[in-house]
Design a protein around this ligand. Structure first.
Ligand SMILES: Cc1ncc(COP(=O)(O)O)c(C=O)c1O
Length: 383
């Protein structure tokens, strides 16, 4: 438990799947827009035009990184809004009669799909997943066959267990059966290259706070020719697709954050993967019988930022999280949405409801170090 020795210890942040610290270069880019007056980009006077130029420059930067056209990028408040936009639009205006998704999706997709299905406006079909969290692709094909005109929403990288979906395989299947394909790429945007000229996807999403940008800003990529309708009705902003005065500061921030992420991706991938591999090795050395949920323990076959650990010999997960918190180590028991409440993870319970032992999600960023990992191991040993 907590001792006076923890008082002088530096805090360790290993909850980067929940959100990441802002990169100082991103803040430097945003700062002038706070210091100088930033007008409403919809205003037609010179102040407004200056703000509009900044917004369009940010859009162009993001489009360039995704190999998209600027007209395919729509700014939103984050991942949740972008996901909701796609699902609502498909149901209310797109004539989609079925949403096919998985029980492992983030609640931004799962709860939204459930809400529309409860209203009787769409049929919700869940594709089967196995104990490792892999999507059953033959079941997906069966569902596609029996549901013409569906919207498929399957995430690229799972925020809890780090499983990665093959977007090419799923996208090609969707095309074969005339389904729209939306992938929640919140956890992988800025961590992997998304080239929309190659990917067979209709919608992708990004949230700046997952790649060292500010909170409250994200975007939706909607493929040219694939129509969608706004979630937020109001002004003519975002080419009539998202009403509301633009978050100019956020747009500057997300464009800078994504530029840095792309420029330094190979270096950060290798570095973070190395940290994860080191952590796995140390955990296995010190805690015999330790298990990893989903594919997260397979360094070359999972999201390199996420490691979901099961300690079979520790019954009380809340106590373990509490102990780490007292030791100034921030981690999560599931996704951030369920930590701090007694609700267990819907992802882990879908994989293996019988599994016992404390589950902890450690998630890494470019700012973590081996020394931090060593200290986490010591704290776990001394709990
Ligand atoms: C996979 C996934 N989708 C969607 C979201 C929601 O994004 P935001 O918090 O930007 O609304 C998150 C955030 O945790 C996420 O991990």
């Amino acid at each position: 438990m907590s001792t006076s020795s923890t008082i002088n210890k530096q805090p360790i942040y290993l909850d980067n799947a929940a959100t990441t610290p802002i990169d100082p270069q991103v803040w430097e880019e945003m700062k002038p827009y706070f210091e100088d007056f930033t007008a409403n980009p919809s205003s037609i006077h010179s102040h407004g035009r200056k703000a509009k130029v900044a917004v369009e420059k940010a859009r162009k930067i993001i489009a360039g990184l995704l190999n998209a056209s600027p007209s395919e990028i729509f700014f939103t408040s984050g991942g949740t809004e972008a996901d909701n936009t796609v699902l609502q639009s498909a149901v209310l205006y797109g004539g989609r009669k079925t949403i096919i998704t998985s029980p492992l999706e983030h609640h931004a997709v799962l709860h939204t799909a459930e809400a529309w299905s409860k209203l009787g406006l769409v049929e919700l079909k869940l594709v089967k997943v196995n104990e490792m969290g892999d999507v059953d692709l033959s079941h997906l094909e069966e569902l596609l066959k029996e549901s013409p005109n569906a919207l498929v929403s399957l995430m690229h990288g799972n925020n809890e267990i780090g499983n990665l979906l093959d977007l090419h395989v799923v996208g090609n299947l969707c095309q074969q059966y005339g389904a729209l394909f939306h992938s929640d790429t919140v956890q992988t945007m800025g961590h992997y290259v998304h080239d929309v000229q190659i990917l067979p996807v209709d919608f992708l999403v990004g949230a700046a706070h997952k790649f060292h940008g500010p909170k409250g800003i994200g975007f939706l990529y909607a493929k040219a020719g694939v129509k969608f309708s706004p979630l937020m009705h109001g002004g003519a902003q975002e080419r009539n697709q998202r009403g509301g005065t633009e978050n100019v500061y956020g747009m500057i921030g997300i464009a800078k954050a994504l530029s840095i992420a792309y420029a330094e991706m190979a270096e950060h991938q290798a570095y973070i993967k190395g940290l994860k591999a080191y952590f796995i090795e140390k955990l296995q050395e010190n805690f015999p019988g330790i298990e990893f949920n989903g594919r997260s323990g397979e360094v070359d076959n999972s999201l390199y930022t996420v490691l979901n650990v099961r300690f079979p010999n520790i019954a009380d997960g809340d106590m373990l999280l509490f102990h780490l918190d007292i030791a100034k180590i921030s981690v999560s028991g599931g996704s951030a949405c369920s930590s701090g409440t007694s609700i267990g993870s819907h992802v882990l319970s879908s994989l293996n409801p019988q599994a016992t032992g404390a589950a902890v999600r450690f998630s890494f960023s470019k700012y973590n170090t081996k020394e931090e990992i060593d200290r986490v191991i010591e704290e776990l040993k001394n709990r």
